[in-house]
Design a protein around this ligand. Structure first.
Ligand SMILES: Cc1ncc(COP(=O)(O)O)c(C=O)c1O
Length: 362
């Protein structure tokens, strides 16, 4: 069997959830969309079931998978419904639903719902992706309250630049949100991982009844490019590993891999590892990207190919055929892989495929 595998540390996940809750000072919906950022949504939801205040996913398909697996906690659909015919299912499965557009309000008004909905009404406070315009927000809320099909409305928005710790935009977005919600008494939900970790000064007196929405931090990756003291307390949840399946001894001056991107400068021992971009390892990770081989630090050499990549074993004499290689996880920070590959840990984690997942504790 191909030796590539991802070990998911469910205790680490629980630790990170508790850190998110404690740091935010409020309730927290664990964001487990995109199959829990590649970690397996059902397993992660079960692992968090006894402590998470609820879960958030991107769409009803993801929510129904959780319900079918026996998850009874609240589940929020972060983009609400895409078609009005989802509304009956939303009610039937007791899902919470974001409303971000006027067409959704009209659909709710026209619906013949058998039970009232819990709505999270999304304001566009400056990200300009989805959400109602500040000038329309109060009227939209009033319409929903008057239509007889809504039991409760949570006020929400989303930060665009909370991962940039010296950027004034989050404070500006918060000011827009506060103004748009002026004089409304309701639970609010604003904070994703970078806002929870990086902007405590904006939320000095958090209401314990409000809601944070941590995603990335649950999986132990930092949303920031620079070191951060609270992010440093996160535990990496996924450790991606494989094994050396072949070894090459090359003299100086020999190329390795597609495009001859690496040429040996000295006699070089090359380890070929069963891991490639078809597994989700980033193809743009260059020579020098860190790995660990049998617990020792080494680095990628040459281009990543579809099913294999090559690492330098020259200075690791005890390593060879069958050696265990950590691509990211407990010892190799995923943030560093992302930076080297010119991407973000979100994308790397979500791209993982074909690799078998194992969970600890079982
Ligand atoms: C609306 C919303 N809230 C929360 C999150 C979680 O964000 P993060 O993974 O940065 O914590 C996301 C993720 O993209 C999102 O779209």
């Amino acid at each position: 069997m191909r030796p590539a595998s991802a070990l998911i540390d469910l205790d680490g996940l629980r630790h990170n959830y508790r850190l998110a809750r404690k740091t935010s000072g409020s309730r927290a919906l664990a964001v487990i969309k995109a199959d829990a950022y590649g970690h397996g949504a059902v397993r992660c939801a079960h692992a968090l079931a006894d402590e998470a205040d609820g879960f958030a996913v991107a769409c009803i398909e993801e929510a129904l998978e959780l319900r079918a697996a026996g998850i009874r906690a609240p589940i929020l659909l972060l983009e609400g419904f895409f078609e009005p015919n989802e509304l009956e299912l939303i009610v039937h499965h007791q899902l919470w639903c974001v409303v971000h557009s006027i067409w959704q309000i009209e659909a709710i008004e026209r619906s013949g719902l058998s039970q009232p909905l819990t709505i999270w009404l999304k304001l566009d406070s400056g990200m300009h992706r989805v959400g109602l315009h500040p000038a329309d927000y109060q009227a939209a809320r009033q319409r929903l309250m008057n239509c007889g099909k809504v039991a409760k409305i949570v006020l929400m928005s989303h930060f665009a630049r909370a991962d940039e710790l010296d950027c004034p935009r989050s404070a500006e977005q918060l000011a827009v949100f506060r103004q748009a919600c002026d004089s409304i008494e309701a639970e609010i939900s604003l904070r994703n991982s970078p806002a929870i970790l990086g902007w405590p000064q904006l939320f000095e007196k958090p209401n314990p009844n409000d809601w944070a929405r941590p995603g990335l931090m649950l999986y132990g990756a930092s949303p920031f490019e620079e070191p951060h003291p609270v992010a440093a307390q996160l535990r990496p949840v996924m450790t991606l590993s494989s094994r050396v399946i072949a070894v090459r001894e090359l003299p100086a001056g020999e190329p390795v891999g597609y495009g001859a991107h690496f040429v040996s400068q000295r006699p070089t021992r090359v380890g070929v590892v069963a891991m490639g971009y078809a597994d989700g390892y980033p193809r743009h990770a260059p020579t020098g990207t860190p790995v660990q081989v049998d617990g020792l630090s080494s680095q990628l050499i040459g281009r990543v190919s579809m099913d294999m990549l090559t690492v330098d074993l020259t200075d690791l004499p005890g390593t060879g055929l069958g050696s265990q290689v950590e691509l990211w996880g407990q010892h190799v920070p995923i943030n560093e892989i992302a930076q080297r590959a010119g991407t973000i840990p979100y994308q790397i984690l979500c791209n993982l495929k074909r690799v078998s997942r194992q969970y600890s504790p079982h």
